[in-house]
Design a binder for this molecule. Structure first.
Ligand SMILES: Cc1cc2nc3c(=O)[nH]c(=O)nc-3n(C[C@H](O)[C@H](O)[C@H](O)COP(=O)(O)OP(=O)(O)OC[C@H]3O[C@@H](n4cnc5c(N)ncnc54)[C@H](O)[C@@H]3O)c2cc1C
Length: 367
């Protein structure tokens, strides 16, 4: 055997799995033909956020956030862990009803949130346009710089990094594009949007997103600001949508998002959609119109029909596992995912039920 475990893919999910298994006493090899943390992980915003689209999504995001909070003191400076919290912005009374619902949902499950009326919203974020109805502050949410977290996790795992592409995985064996094979007790497919090519039978669809980063404007906003309409954008399955989502970085820069598109493989920035996204952001934060842009880019979220990732044994195999399909929450949920994968492999009980993420579950088709 070349290793106890082979993790295929060095995004944040693969790196977290490598770290978890190494801490469980296993010798881990990681396969990554490109840049470590250079896939969806480098394209993401790095918002660590508790979400409540479903009980299973809440359980995994909440559980993962607790692991992030425990890990924070050990993270290196360049991981930029910043506990600035989320502020969900309500534009009107309908969205204020959603603020109250969310507040109750979180309160019933032990997550502290703070509803804000129009005046307190203005005080919390003076750059927001006047006339908004209020919001919900979630102080436990945070922001990280994902590529640096990947490097930290792989180093902590003392993983052997092999620059190769996997073309097939089977019980105990990974076949490589170079023609050779590697063997190990367990294999974990953590290749994000590419996962179905190695594990037929699971469905993951790339969902394109645009982001933009500005020059440095420290203090322009204090929280990660997200419109409540974001939930409709993220969890609906329309072909194309944009939502106001602005994140202050530790550098003083702002990341502005976000868009969601199905059915597009071309990674180029689309000026028309980027324009729509920016107009939406400027509606909420008019001052953005005066800021300098440094860079725009796109990435592909690994999306599944039921908005839940695949975590667990691959259908039809004994020693092959899948950890993929985290859509727009893979930075948040990588650490919880790794814990569940470690629990499956090392036969440990898990703190949350694992069934909802079982890759063999029957997934309703929402598209
Ligand atoms: C615009 C945008 C904004 C986002 N914002 C957030 C956010 O704020 N918060 C959040 O929690 N999430 C966010 N996400 C989602 C998050 O980025 C992803 O869910 C997460 O990065 C997925 O990680 P991964 O490790 O599964 O995939 P990836 O990072 O894509 O890693 C997979 C790796 O596998 C490698 N690979 C592929 N095929 C093979 C093969 N055959 N052999 C070997 N290696 C292979 C690839 O090269 C890649 O490095 C965002 C995503 C996008 C696109």
């Amino acid at each position: 055997l070349t290793a106890d475990a082979i993790v295929v893919g060095a995004g944040i999910v693969g790196a977290a799995c490598a770290d978890e298994l190494a801490r469980g006493g296993m010798k881990v090899t990681v396969l990554e033909p490109f840049v470590v943390g250079g896939g969806a992980t480098a394209a993401g915003m790095g918002h660590v956020v508790v979400m409540d689209d479903s009980e299973a999504q809440f359980a995994l995001t909440r559980f993962s956030q607790e692991i992030w909070q425990a890990l924070a003191p050990q993270l290196p400076r360049d991981a930029e862990y910043t506990p600035n919290g989320t502020l969900w912005v309500a534009a009107d009374e309908e969205e204020m009803a959603e603020v109250r619902r969310k507040h109750q949902f979180y309160a019933a499950r032990g997550v502290v949130t703070e509803p804000l009326d129009a005046v307190s919203l203005c005080q919390a974020e003076p750059k927001l346009r006047p006339g908004l109805a209020g919001g919900l502050r979630v102080p436990g949410d945070s922001v990280v710089y994902p590529p640096a977290v990947v490097r930290f996790l792989l180093a902590r795992a003392k993983a052997r990094l092999v620059s190769e592409t996997a073309v097939q995985v089977a019980d105990g064996r990974v076949d490589l594009a170079s023609g050779s094979s590697l063997t190990a007790g367990v294999i974990i497919n953590a290749t994000g949007t590419a996962a179905p090519s190695l594990t037929p039978g699971i469905e993951i669809i790339p969902r394109k997103g645009h982001l933009l980063i500005t020059d440095r404007y420290p203090g322009f906003v204090r929280h990660q600001l997200v419109e409540l309409g974001y939930l409709k954008s993220a969890h609906g399955h329309s072909q194309e949508s944009v939502a106001f989502n602005v994140q202050p970085r530790a550098t003083g820069q702002l990341i502005i998002g976000s868009s969601r598109q199905y059915g597009v493989q071309d990674p180029r920035v689309e000026p028309a959609l980027l324009g729509r996204m920016l107009r939406r952001a400027i509606e909420y934060l008019p001052g953005l119109a005066d800021l300098q842009t440094v860079r725009t880019w796109t990435g592909f979220r690994p999306s599944t029909p039921d908005n839940l990732p695949h975590i667990g044994r691959a259908p039809g195999f004994q020693q092959v596992y899948v950890a993929a399909g985290h859509e727009g929450l893979g930075i948040t949920t990588a650490l919880g995912t790794a814990r569940l994968i470690g629990d499956c492999i090392l036969n440990r009980p898990s703190p949350i039920p694992r069934d909802p993420y079982d890759p063999s579950r029957v997934v309703p088709h929402a598209h």
